[in-house]
Write a protein that binds this ligand. Structure first.
Ligand code: G4P
Length: 527
């Protein structure tokens, strides 16, 4: 195996998908503990603030230097290098989440055992399905009362439309939680309380049909054996190929808080989840083991260090090797960019990085030239596909409190739009600025960041826009005619793309009917 192929084979890049409160933060922390990236659990938890109230979120935004280290975490485990990508928990930030999921090769779905499949789990699974991302499942909170595990599996299959193959099966729950039984290996992994914050070796009991197992299960034994027969008869056996096709999920049980079962999940990711996969570009598919470097930007985060206004573009490497100081070709602008120092997020710290491979995420300093969706190569002109931009559903007109600050406002909004914090539209017919968002919380965040970072105070006003569509056509003449006729409703977005701002649903469908040669796109690829 070439060096390149060996490095690629070692990589696992995944994200956690879950409904808020299912335990994503807790499990992230346990994973870092296992990768020895942190010594004491509690580090990530203390940083968590992206849930619940707006005020929490704002506080986090102000502490960018802290929160960023949880966006991308790299740590070694067994003979692999794991890249764990965080997705914002709040549903108003789903666009960012969608794009982060385009940068992973697999996902870990965490369910609260007491609640089962929740709305956000469904939404995130839908996103994963767009790329048939393989999913490992973890049913959490077995130290509490959970729902009947058979029912939970049925729910995964019925609601999420994916086959569920239990790898372990829980023995009791809440006060009676005694561990899990490994269905294939015929062994019991014993749960012991009080080890939530440290790495411990679990006690193993070999064979369910043993005196030790009988003694451990005690009066649960007979019922458990009976239930197991049912499970073994009714459930799917794990089939790795089906898992890799995104059709089947292996299911594990445990408690993140009790640090139990998380190691099995990480082992499953190392053993079964795919190493970096080939990536489709418009022109061809790029293999991760190809020598020349390629990568795409899926996220831009600004002002992570409040002291300097430094904006970081997060790039997923798709092939080749990054070496410090290398020159990259920025496909969209056609310019060469020297990358003197990329960042990695090893061990929860920002560190300067010497080299990185396909599957790894690197952070590039960005001075406004890099946009989400940009492809970087060593000269080849290709564009990676599948990094979507969604038409916003909520709109506001922006008004300045101090009219003299309009330059700062434009610059601020342009930069926040590049980062994906909001979408900005400049109508063709007026000097207005219209903001678009997928979730209403985005507007508050933008106003607060404009004030903090750009010293601009703004107000929002309602605006008569129902939805936005990116406009495109292969028929130049028709496009010109349309641009002329529909000027009233046209705007240019932050990326320079022509957009139709429809005042009503009816208006949009009538316009679509009237202009069959024009395409009205609800999603746009970033290039
Ligand atoms: P999230 O990132 O998915 O939103 O979830 P998070 O890890 O923050 O967990 C949500 C709540 O569930 C937390 O409690 C956390 O301690 C708890 N939790 C996570 N895993 C388990 C588990 O295995 N068993 C039990 N019993 N609880 C678990 P909280 O009260 O909201 O926060 P805190 O006061 O504990 O910090």
């Amino acid at each position: 195996m070439s060096n390149n192929a060996a490095e690629v084979a070692k990589r696992r890049t995944f994200a956690i998908i879950s409904h808020p409160d299912a335990g994503k933060t807790t499990i992230t922390e346990r994973l870092l503990l296992m990768g020895q990236a942190i010594n004491v659990a509690g580090t990530v938890k203390a940083r968590k603030s992206d849930r619940h109230a707006t005020s929490d979120f704002m506080a986090m935004e102000k502490q960018r230097g802290i929160s960023v280290s949880t966006s991308v975490m790299q740590f070694p485990y067994r003979d692999c290098m794991i890249n764990l990508l965080d997705t914002p928990g709040h549903e108003d930030f789903s666009e960012d989440t969608y794009r982060t999921l385009t940068a992973v090769d697999s996902a870990l779905m965490v369910l609260d055992g007491g609640k089962g499949v929740e709305p956000r789990t469904i939404a995130l699974m839908d996103v994963c399905r767009l790329r048939d991302t393989p999913i490992v499942s973890f049913v959490n909170k077995l130290d509490r009362d959970i729902r009947d595990p058979i029912e939970l599996l049925d729910e995964i299959e019925a609601v999420l439309n994916i086959k569920a193959a239990p790898i372990t099966w829980p023995i009791g729950c809440y006060r009676d939680f005694k561990g899990v039984y490994h269905l294939e290996q015929d062994l019991i992994i014993v749960y012991a309380t009080g080890h939530g914050h440290e790495r411990t070796e679990s006690r193993i009991i070999r064979h369910l049909d043993s005196d030790e197992a009988r003694a451990h299960l005690d009066d649960l034994y007979d019922d458990f054996v009976e239930q197991l027969e049912l499970v073994q008869g009714a459930c799917h056996e794990f089939d790795r190929e089906a898992f890799l096709r995104g059709e089947m999920t292996p299911v594990f049980f445990g408690t993140a808080l009790g640090n139990f079962g998380v190691d099995q999940v990480l082992d499953a990711i190392v053993d079964w989840a795919p190493a970096p996969l080939p990536r489709p570009a418009n022109e061809r598919t790029v293999e991760p083991t190809e020598e020349p470097f390629t990568g795409f930007v899926f996220k831009i985060q600004a002002n992570m260090d409040p002291k300097h206004r430094d904006r970081i573009a997060f790039m997923r490497i798709c092939s080749g090797q990054y070496e410090r100081g290398m020159k990259l070709h920025h496909v969209r602008t056609g310019k060469e960019l020297r990358i003197p120092e990329a960042l990695t997020f090893f061990a929860a710290e920002r560190e300067h990085l010497e080299e990185a491979w396909a599957g790894d995420i690197i952070g590039l300093h960005n001075h406004g030239t890099i946009q989400i969706g940009d492809t970087f190569t060593q000269g080849e002109s290709i564009g990676f596909t599948g990094i979507p931009h969604f038409a916003p559903e909520l709109f506001r007109r922006v008004r300045l409190k101090d009219p003299l600050k309009s330059k700062q406002l434009r610059q601020g909004l342009q930069e926040l739009a590049e980062e994906g914090a909001t979408q900005v539209f400049f109508p063709e017919r007026s000097n207005e600025i219209i903001l678009g968002a997928v979730g209403v919380l985005q507007f508050d965040v933008v106003a607060s960041r404009l004030k903090e970072e750009y010293k601009v105070e703004c107000l929002y006003e309602p605006v008569n826009v129902w939805s936005a569509r990116w406009v495109d056509s292969s028929n130049k003449k028709k496009l010109e005619e349309f641009t002329h006729k529909a000027m009233e409703n046209l705007a240019i977005d932050g990326g320079g793309h022509l957009t139709y701002l429809a005042p009503t649903r009816v208006n949009l469908s009538l316009t679509e009917e009237r202009w069959p040669d024009i395409r009205f796109l609800a999603t746009r690829e970033h290039h």
